[in-house]
Design a binder for this molecule. Structure first.
Ligand SMILES: [Zn+2]
Ligand SMILES: [Zn+2]
Length: 258
């Protein structure tokens, strides 16, 4: 069984999607991963955290109509100065899956046009230095989500990424292997933001580092994006030498051959 493990609903600050919009499109389960984004520059520096009581109530209500279809996830946007707050929030709930993301630097979200003005090489290196430091410090997370988030709005070629950041990326991949975090293949990054080639470059590095946990997520914020690009992405994952995907429940990966 394969399901989408990166999906947003109206419990995220940047989505209006209803659970029912997604439920109508599949008979499989899926995991909603709402944004937990503290000090969010895309929201005037405010804290965005799903209302867990309302979220639980909604899941309970849907469970009656759609049994065994909804898993409970969250997308935790790492920000070092708020690590203790993030940890407190995550510990207070039972999640099936925690995505760990690097979305902002405290001043700008990495999709802000600001980053089109900065030195590209320095930006790429700074992004991965921060990611490595965050992964070293964060005691939580099941999956490293969209490793290329900080490059989405920029044109970074595979050759540039390799020349500028291969050692940092290899250290990141070795660390997630050691910590048993999965590597997410994010079809929004690949096919909406044009970064498929970067995944093609880095997936074999993950495998060489001993990685075996690959997840697949559409990062849908609207139902039309749900499960998109999965066939293409699976072909790319297969060509990197993987034949299994990790499906999470209760923080535990279950490997399924595809
Ligand atoms: Zn994200
Ligand atoms: Zn997301």
């Amino acid at each position: 069984m394969e399901y989408d493990q990166h999906v947003h609903t109206y419990f995220s600050f940047d989505s209006q999607a209803q659970f029912e919009d997604y439920l109508r499109k599949t008979s499989q389960p899926f995991i909603t991963t709402e944004h937990l984004e503290l000090s969010n520059p895309d929201d005037n520096g405010g804290d965005d955290a799903p209302d867990q009581a309302a979220y639980t109530a909604k899941l309970q209500e849907l469970k009656r109509r759609y049994p065994n279809r909804l898993l409970r996830g969250i997308e935790c946007g790492y920000f070092a100065p708020r690590q203790a707050d993030l940890q407190r929030y995550l510990q207070a709930q039972d999640f099936d899956l925690v995505l760990l993301s690097f979305h902002h630097d405290g001043q700008y979200d990495y999709q802000d046009p600001h980053f089109k003005q900065v030195d590209l090489k320095r930006h790429v290196q700074t992004y991965y230095d921060r990611m490595l430091a965050g992964l070293k410090a964060a005691p939580f997370g099941d999956v490293l989500a969209h490793f290329d988030y900080g490059l989405r709005i920029l044109d970074v070629t595979p050759a540039q990424l390799e020349a500028w950041a291969k050692p940092q990326l290899q250290a990141i991949l070795a660390l997630i292997v050691k910590r048993q975090l999965a590597f997410e293949v994010n079809t929004k990054s690949m096919y909406q933001w044009g970064n498929a080639e970067l995944y093609e470059l880095v997936l074999p590095w993950y495998r060489e580092a001993g990685g075996a946990l690959v997840t697949l997520g559409s990062d849908a914020h609207t139902a039309d994006k749900f499960l998109t690009g999965f066939a293409e992405a699976k072909a790319l994952i297969r060509s990197a030498g993987f034949s299994q995907l990790a499906m999470y429940q209760g923080h535990q990966p279950h490997l399924t051959t595809f």
